[in-house]
Design a protein around this ligand. Sequence first.
Ligand code: GLV
Ligand code: MN
Ligand code: MN
Length: 428
Amino acid sequence: MKALCVVLTCCVSLAGAQAPDSLRVNGARISQHLQALSEFGKNPQGGVSRLAYSDADHQGREYAMRLMREAGLDVSIDLAGNIVGSRAGSDAGLKPLLIGSHIDSVPEGGNYDGDVGSLSAIEVAQRLEEAHIKLRHALQVIIFQNEEGGTIGSKAITSGLDDKLLNLKANSGKTIREGTALCGGDPNRLAEARRAPGSIAGYFELHIEQGGTLEQHKINIGVVEGIVGILHSEVTIEGFSNHAGTTPMDQRRDTLLSAARFIEKVNQVVTSIPGRQVGTVGWIRVQPGAYNVVPGKTVLGLELRDLDASKVETMFNRIRDKAKKIGAMNNTSFNFSEPIVTHPALTDASFQKLIDTTAKGLGLTTKLMPSGAGHDAQEIAVIGPVGMIFVPSIGGISHSPKEFSTPSDIENGAKVLLQTVVSFDRLK
Ligand code: GLV
Ligand code: MN
Ligand code: MN
């Protein structure tokens, strides 16, 4: 009976429409949109600095909303500041299907991270519109705010944001609370932005791989099996600022020396365990910061990642133990801020299969692989099944102006996204 209804609904919504299975994206249009988006926050190195909540981010969001309207989407901003482009489905009893990504960037980032998935999701909606195809499921194209600052927009609508996060300063200098309001959300009504577990049919995100596996193995499409968990902690080292010429070497409380020893230990702890886990100290601030002063205070950022949350916790505990010992060596103290943790997430097995079968049906090669980068999909996994499609990153470079994916690889990824959506709509 259910199958018959599906067939009938399909027939009704297909009157005068192109057959969904034959539908393909317009690759040239995606390239042109990527080029246009790259103007917002363009930097001299060839990439972008489109930091969340900056003017460039605002302009990029305006541009994306314009594209969404042109694609026939009904555009709104949710209470968390995410852009949502909606398209009605023919079966009101079905939960909405979500597709999307983000368009904010890291400082001096590239033109593909997030942008490829966001603009391809809009292209999917555009092609469905042009072909007069009405899916059974309502479709929502979502561009999440501030992915690079800790998957903030997607976290807001799933697990929620606490005061600690809302008061955190993003790279643009604005707090997440201020930024959410700037995006058109309402930080005082975030509870209403939350979506309940089970409230969506699923979420698919297309993204560049950001590593070199697909290119190395000459594979077209990565089918993501899981997304790593990420821990961030700000480490403050206190010592004593004193004259660099008169303070004997054995009487210094040099925090930069402690930081140097600490960074080395982070590397040792992370590499001493078998597996794919990674650990990074990605930024450091030294005070007062002069040739002739022993640095009395150093603050740095520690990041740990793995698919296994317990491994991340073990590494963090070991690193804290090592820090205590390092501090004692030259009379400095270490303080770790309460860690901000994004939990690892597995993608849905049936979604993996659907992406894989769809890609192979389009004549593309595939590989099942983990994601070492964080993604909005891992937050959305809290409320429903998710799937991710990767396309190759040339040279495995990302978070850099040198980030690049070829137009044909991007077109392949968008093709897979479109046909995965079509198949999902037919099957689920
Ligand atoms: C997001 O790009 C992350 O992995 O940090
Ligand atoms: Mn990204
Ligand atoms: Mn990124």
